[in-house]
Design a protein around this ligand. Structure first.
Ligand SMILES: [Zn+2]
Length: 75
């Protein structure tokens, strides 16, 4: 079954994205996150499993006192 983008109905394919997380006083960029990426508009969708992992990465990053941090998603 093909997955279609909810915005433009473009085809979604497996790929990697960079996810920016703006926490106000802090900014985290998580690179290489596995996701389904729209081939037309670049919108992406991550699975619940990946989302949970992202949340734990963000929580961990919050414990460090760094204003800008660039992290790599490790599966
Ligand atoms: Zn799209």
């Amino acid at each position: 079954m093909r997955v279609r983008c909810v915005f433009c109905k473009g085809e979604m394919r497996k790929g990697k994205v960079n996810v920016p997380v703006d926490l106000g006083d802090r900014f985290i960029l998580i690179k290489g996150v596995p996701a389904l990426v729209c081939q037309e508009c670049g919108e992406y969708f991550v699975s619940d499993e990946v989302m949970k992992k992202l949340e734990s990465i963000v929580e961990e990053a919050k414990s460090r006192n760094v204003e800008v941090e660039i992290l790599r998603f490790a599966a």
